[in-house]
Design a protein around this ligand. Structure first.
Ligand code: 13P
Length: 340
């Protein structure tokens, strides 16, 4: 393990005013996104869509790294250039999702365990050769009646820590993503409680697995009420409660925290990140690693038509710019309106 190199990459992933584009939707998830805009999910369409994002020179200015799906990391653009080279040329770092999705967790009805540790070290070596310098693994924690169980939290934290140790041994920075879902009807304080317990267990497991915290990026959920909750939370409440959870759980040795958007609207995800960065100074960089909150607008603008490419790239550049400002605590709501 090259500690200095891992730390350098982690720092670059969370550099001031920049964040990560999560473009690693699995085949099933990208099909859902394409269905919504009336586009058939073929290998070529997936390539064209992602190539369009990576070639958006304006949008990529704020993108420090791109998380790819296995199919994409081996793909070439229409003109034969490997997509990985387009990302590097844009000044961004290629990364790769390495988990293999979820399976039901035995004896824990309704709960999931993320799988993919078998042969992971062989796969990591190949991804490194292909240019990946960081990876992602997502554990999923649902909140509901009687869940999450301690079994589910512990099993997912352990798998994430084993993954992180294997990544570092392969000189790849692990993004550690223990996601507490916002699907339920729970309030924000229940989210705070579950997120706190998960992060406490996560950092204990990282320690026991000898992971160097200076060479990871944490990708957590924000503290938000469930989507079906009748109790909404203000931007200030989300920001304050999220930062409180993180300060209680995340050691200062971690270079940066890059949030998932998790189903928040584009503008909510930006406003929350901005409000947190206005609460500084903080022990770590706080930025974005958004999938939906960066891609919903360009997907809609594109709708699979080549004549819409410029408009879609503009929509992507706008969201990237807004989130880049939020990562500095310099976003303002009226900037959204001006551009619209
Ligand atoms: P969302 O921002 O759409 O939640 O996606 C981020 C991600 O990578 C989830 O694993």
């Amino acid at each position: 393990m090259n500690f200095a190199e891992l730390n350098k990459i982690a720092e670059a992933m969370v550099a001031p005013g920049r964040g990560i584009l999560a473009a690693d939707e699995s085949s099933g998830t990208i099909k859902k996104r394409f269905d919504a805009i009336g586009v058939e999910s073929t290998e070529d369409n997936r390539r064209d869509y992602r190539e369009m994002l990576f070639r958006s020179s304006e949008g990529m200015k704020q993108i420090s790294g791109v998380i790819l799906y296995d199919e994409t990391i081996w793909q070439k653009a229409k003109d034969g250039t490997p997509l990985v080279d387009i990302i590097k040329k844009a000044g961004s770092i290629p990364g790769i999702k390495v988990d293999e999705g979820t399976k039901p967790l035995p004896a824990c009805p309704g709960e999931l365990i993320t799988v993919g540790l078998d042969k992971l070290s062989d796969r990591l070596a190949k991804y490194y050769e292909q240019g990946a310098r960081f990876a992602k693994w997502r554990g999923v924690i649902d909140i509901g009646a009687g869940i999450p169980t301690y079994t589910c939290l512990r099993a997912n934290a352990h798998a994430l820590a084993r993954y992180a140790a294997l990544c570092q041994a392969a000189n790849i920075v692990p993004i550690v993503e223990p996601e507490v879902l916002m699907d339920g009807d729970h309030d924000i304080d229940r989210c705070v409680e579950v997120s706190t317990l998960m992060l406490k267990l996560q950092f204990e497991e990282l320690y026991f697995n000898r992971v160097a915290l200076e060479g990871i990026v944490l990708k957590p959920n924000m503290a938000v009420p469930g989507k079906k909750s009748s109790k909404k939370a203000s931007v200030e409440e989300v920001a304050e409660k999220t930062v409180r959870v993180l300060k209680n759980c995340v050691p200062g040795a971690v270079p940066g925290i890059a949030f998932l958007s998790g189903g928040q609207s584009d503008e909510e995800a930006t406003a929350h990140l901005d409000a947190m960065n206005r609460m500084g100074p903080l022990p770590w960089a706080l930025t974005f690693s958004y999938g939906r909150a960066l891609q919903a607008a360009p997907q809609k603008a594109w709708s699979g038509k080549s004549e819409n490419v410029a408009a879609a790239q503009r929509a992507f550049a706008h969201r990237a710019k807004m989130n880049g400002l939020a990562a500095l605590g310099q976003w303002k709501a009226d900037l959204e309106k001006k551009a619209a």
